[in-house]
Ligand binder design. Structure first.
Ligand SMILES: C[S@@+](CC[C@H](N)C(=O)[O-])C[C@H]1O[C@@H](n2cnc3c(N)ncnc32)[C@H](O)[C@@H]1O
Length: 399
C-alpha cells in the first residue's frame, strides 16, 4: 500500500508550483489564478482548481503526488482553457486530437531548431525545449550504480523516477509519430564482499514499462551483438569455466538492447513520407544497399580514454539513417562526448545535445570545430557562458 510519506508533493504551494509550470507551457500562467489545491488520497493525486480573473472555475490541473508528473489526460488542456477564458464554446474541430487530423489537411512539422549544445540536467533543459521540435531521440542513459563515477541515485526507484520524467518530457518535445530509441542493457551490481552474491538488474524491462506508461508504442527490440571476448571483463562465466558445476552457469554478456519506441499517432509511417514538405529530402535520405535486415546488429564496441561508455559511431549512424530524414533534428539528452552529434552532422541532420558533466561538454565543444568547420558559430550554446567562467579549461570562444 502506498503511504503518504512516499508523496513528493505534500504541500499546497508545491502543487501550485507544478501547476504553474504546466500553464507556462501554454503561456497561460498570467491569465489564470489558482483555487485551493486538494489532495485525493484514494488516487494519490493533487487537484489544483483553475480560475479566471473573474473567479470563475475554468478547469483543473491533476498532479500525481508520488511522481510529481501532470496527469495530462485528466487535466484541462490548452484549447479548453483558452476557450473558457474567452467565454467561447469549444469548437468541435479544435477538440480533435492532433493525430486524428484529416490526412489531406496536414503535413509533418519542420523544426526550426538550430544545432544545439546544452550544459546541465537534461530534465531541466528538456522542459525549456519547444513542443514537437525534435524528430528523433537516440540515447544511452547513465547506468544505475554501474560505475562509481555515474552513481548519483540513492535507490533504484529514484533512478527510475528520474528516467520516467525524462521520457515524459521527451514525449512532449518529439514530433508526432517519431521515434525514441534507447541503447540499454541489464546491469551487474558487483558483490561488495566474498560472502555476498553479485546482482543483475533487468533495467531494459523496467524502462519498457516507463515508455508504455508515458504513451509510447513499442516497435522493436534490436540486439546489438559485440564480438566474442567483449564481455570477459565483467568476470561472468569464469567460475563456471573452471568448475563446470550445474547451477553455476552464467553466460558472458555480449549483447545490448536497442529498444525502439514511437510517439503514438493515428497516422501511418507512409504519411511522413508522402506528406514531407520537402520531397527532395526524402529522396536524398534513401538507404543504400547493405543495410541491416534483421534485428541482430553486429558492431564492435567503441572505447575512449575520455569517457567510460561511448557509443560506436557506426551504431549512431545506423540508427540516424534508418529513423530520420536529412535535415531532421536528432536529440541525445545524455550526450556524453557527443557521438550522436558527430553522426548527425556526417549524415546531414541537425543535433541537440544535452550533457551535465563539464568534462564531457568540453570535449563536445572541442569536437564542434571538426564537425562543423566555419558553421561552428551558428551553434546554439545553452548555459555555457557560466561553465566558461567557472572552469578554466573551457576556453571556447563561441557563446
Ligand atoms: C552512457 S553515457 C552516454 C555516452 C554517449 N552515448 C557517448 O557516446 O559519449 C551517459 C551520459 O549521461 C550523462 N548524464 C547523466 N545524467 C544526466 C542528466 N541528468 N542530464 C544530462 N546528462 C546526464 C553522463 O554524464 C554521461 O556522460
Amino acid at each position: 500500500m502506498i503511504k503518504k510519506k512516499q508523496y513528493r508533493i505534500t504541500e499546497v504551494k508545491e502543487a501550485k508550483q507544478v501547476a504553474l509550470d504546466y500553464l507556462k507551457l501554454f503561456e497561460l500562467d498570467k491569465a489564470i489564478e489558482f483555487g485551493l489545491p486538494e489532495i485525493d488520497d484514494r488516487y494519490h493525486i493533487w487537484r489544483v482548481p483553475l480560475l479566471s480573473k473573474n473567479n470563475e472555475n475554468i478547469g483543473e490541473v491533476v498532479i500525481d503526488a508520488i511522481t510529481t508528473l501532470i496527469n495530462e489526460k485528466k487535466s484541462s488542456n490548452k484549447e479548453v482553457l483558452e476557450s473558457r477564458l474567452l467565454g467561447r464554446k469549444l469548437n468541435n474541430t479544435s477538440k480533435k486530437m492532433e493525430g486524428s487530423d484529416d490526412e489531406n489537411g496536414s503535413t509533418p512539422k519542420v523544426s526550426n531548431l538550430r544545432n544545439t549544445v546544452g550544459f546541465g540536467d537534461c530534465e531541466e533543459l528538456l522542459s525549456e525545449t519547444p513542443n514537437e521540435s525534435v524528430d528523433l531521440i537516440f540515447t544511452s542513459p547513465p547506468y544505475f550504480n554501474a560505475r562509481p563515477e555515474y552513481a548519483e541515485y540513492l535507490t533504484y526507484e529514484e533512478y527510475l523516477l528520474k528516467i520516467k520524467k525524462i521520457i515524459h518530457q521527451s514525449y512532449r518535445v518529439l514530433n508526432e509519430g517519431r521515434f525514441f530509441i534507447m541503447n540499454i542493457s541489464p546491469i551487474l551490481i558487483r558483490r561488495s564482499s566474498r560472502s555476498e552474491a553479485s546482482k543483475r538488474i533487468a533495467v531494459p524491462f523496467d524502462f519498457h514499462r516507463l515508455f508504455i506508461e508515458e504513451n509510447f508504442e513499442f516497435i522493436d527490440d534490436i540486439i546489438w551483438v559485440k564480438p566474442e571476448g567483449a564481455g570477459w571483463a565483467t568476470g561472468r562465466g569464469r567460475r563456471f569455466a573452471a568448475d563446470r558445476n550445474p547451477l553455476q552457469y552464467k553466460p558472458v554478456p555480449v549483447t545490448e538492447y536497442i529498444l525502439v519506441y514511437r510517439k503514438k499517432t493515428e497516422k501511418l509511417i507512409d504519411w511522413h513520407i508522402r506528406k514531407h514538405p520537402i520531397p527532395e529530402l526524402v529522396e536524398a535520405s534513401k538507404i543504400e544497399d547493405g543495410y541491416e535486415t534483421t534485428n541482430i546488429w553486429k558492431i564492435h564496441p567503441a572505447h575512449s580514454q575520455k569517457h567510460p561508455a561511448i557509443f560506436p559511431l557506426e551504431l549512431a549512424e545506423k540508427v540516424i539513417k534508418y529513423y530520420s530524414f536529412k535535415n531532421d533534428v536528432v536529440l541525445d539528452p545524455f550526450a556524453g562526448t557527443g557521438t550522436v552529434g558527430k553522426a548527425a552532422i556526417k549524415l546531414g541532420r541537425r543535433f541537440v545535445l544535452f550533457e551535465q558533466d563539464p568534462e564531457y561538454i568540453t570535449i563536445i565543444q572541442e569536437e564542434l570545430h571538426s564537425w562543423l568547420q566555419n558553421r561552428v558559430n551558428e551553434v546554439n550554446l545553452i548555459n555555457l557562458e557560466l561553465t566558461k567562467n567557472k572552469t578554466p579549461f573551457l576556453n571556447f570562444d563561441v557563446v
